[in-house]
Design a protein around this ligand. Structure first.
Ligand code: HEC
Length: 298
C-alpha cells in the first residue's frame, strides 16, 4: 500500500516534471517563434519601404518625362551660379518681364543683393518696381512678390501664374530654358496666339516675343493622320539675334536656378575647405600611425 503510494507519488512527480519541461519547451518555442516573427516583420517593412521608394521614384520619373512633353529634346543652358554678372542680368530680366505675373515668394531682395555682390541701394534703385499695401515702394528686405492676386490670375489666364522661386527644382533648368525657346505661332490658340512645344497648351503668353521674334512650326511627314512638328523656324525677327536671346534666357534660367538653391555656392566653397581639412588630417593620422607602429613592427 505504502509502496504503491510512493510509486504513485513518483509517477505524479514525473508527470509534473514532464509537463513543466514541455511547457518550458513550448514557451521557448513561442519565444523563438516570436523572435523570427519580429525579424520577419522588420524584413517585410524594409521590403515595403523599398517598394514604396521605388514606386515613388518611378512615378516622379514618369511625371518628369511627361512634363517634358512627348519627344521634345530639352536643351541645356550653359549657366554658372557663381557668375554674379549673369545673375544680375537674369534678375533684371526677371523683375521686368516675369514679375508682372509671377512672384518669387521665397526670395528676399536683400539676400539676392548680398549673394550677387550688389549694394542694397543698387537693388532698390534697379530691381524693385513693386509697392507694398500702403503704396510705398517695396522694402529691400521684402520677399519678391507682386500684387497680382490668385483670383485675378485665374480670371485673366485660366490658371494663376505660379510662384517661380522653386521651379528650377521642380521642372529643372533644361526644361525652363527650352520652354522659353519653344514658343510658336498657333492660330488655334485664340487667347495667346501661341503654343509651346515643351508645355503644350500653356496658358502663359509668349512674353518675350518682341525680343525673340516669332517662330512657326516646321512639319514632318504625315504619320497617324497628323503631321508632327519637327522643328521651329524664326519667321519674324525680334529685336535680339538668336544668340542674344539665348544668352538672355540663360541668364533668366541662371537666376531661377539661384533662387531655388541660394546657398549652392557657399556649400561648394565650404565643401572644398572640408575636403582640404580632411586630407590634412589624413596626413597627420598617417604620420601618427607610423610613429606608433615603429617599435612594434620591425
Ligand atoms: C502675362 C503673365 C505672365 C508673364 C509676364 C510671365 N508668365 Fe510665366 N506663366 C504665366 C501663366 C498664366 C502660367 C501658367 C501656365 C499654365 O499652367 O498653363 C505660367 C507658367 C510659367 C512656367 C511654368 C511653371 C510650371 O512649373 O508649370 C514657367 C517656368 C514660367 N511661367 C516662366 C516665366 C518666365 C521666366 C517669365 C518671364 C520671362 C514669365 N513666366 C512671365 C503667366 C505669365
Amino acid at each position: 500500500m505504502t509502496d504503491r503510494n510512493v510509486s504513485q507519488r513518483q509517477a505524479q512527480q514525473l508527470r509534473a516534471h514532464q509537463q513543466a519541461t514541455r511547457m518550458q519547451a513550448e514557451r521557448g518555442r513561442v519565444k523563438v517563434l516570436s523572435r523570427t516573427e519580429e525579424s520577419g516583420k522588420v524584413q517585410r517593412m524594409l521590403v515595403l519601404t523599398a517598394a514604396a521608394v521605388l514606386a515613388a521614384g518611378s512615378l516622379l520619373y514618369m511625371a518628369q518625362s511627361r512634363a517634358a512633353g512627348a519627344g521634345v529634346q530639352l536643351e541645356s543652358p550653359r549657366i554658372d551660379q557663381s557668375n554674379d554678372k549673369s545673375l544680375q542680368r537674369g534678375a533684371a530680366a526677371f523683375v521686368n518681364y516675369c514679375m508682372g505675373c509671377h512672384s518669387a515668394g521665397y526670395q528676399r531682395y536683400s539676400r539676392f543683393a548680398q549673394d550677387a555682390g550688389l549694394s542694397e541701394e543698387d537693388v532698390e534703385n534697379n530691381l524693385i518696381f513693386t509697392t507694398d499695401e500702403a503704396g510705398e515702394p517695396t522694402k529691400v528686405g521684402s520677399l519678391m512678390i507682386n500684387n497680382m492676386s490668385t483670383e485675378f490670375g485665374k480670371q485673366a489666364f485660366g490658371v494663376a501664374p505660379p510662384n517661380l522661386a522653386l521651379t528650377a527644382r521642380s521642372r529643372g533648368v533644361d526644361w525652363i530654358y527650352t520652354y522659353l525657346k519653344s514658343y510658336y505661332v498657333d492660330p488655334k490658340k485664340t487667347i495667346t496666339g501661341v503654343n509651346n512645344l515643351v508645355f503644350p497648351d500653356t496658358a502663359m503668353p509668349h512674353v518675350l516675343w518682341d525680343l525673340q521674334g516669332l517662330q512657326t512650326p516646321v512639319y514632318g511627314e504625315e504619320a497617324h493622320g497628323s503631321r508632327p512638328i519637327t522643328g521651329l523656324e524664326l519667321t519674324q525677327e525680334g529685336s535680339m539675334s538668336p544668340d542674344e536671346y539665348d544668352d538672355l534666357i540663360s541668364d533668366i534660367t541662371n537666376f531661377m536656378a539661384y533662387m531655388s538653391d541660394p546657398i549652392k555656392e557657399t556649400r561648394h566653397r565650404v565643401g572644398l575647405w572640408v575636403m582640404l581639412f580632411l586630407f590634412g588630417l589624413l596626413a597627420v593620422a598617417y604620420l601618427l600611425k607610423k610613429e606608433y607602429w615603429k617599435d612594434i613592427v620591425k
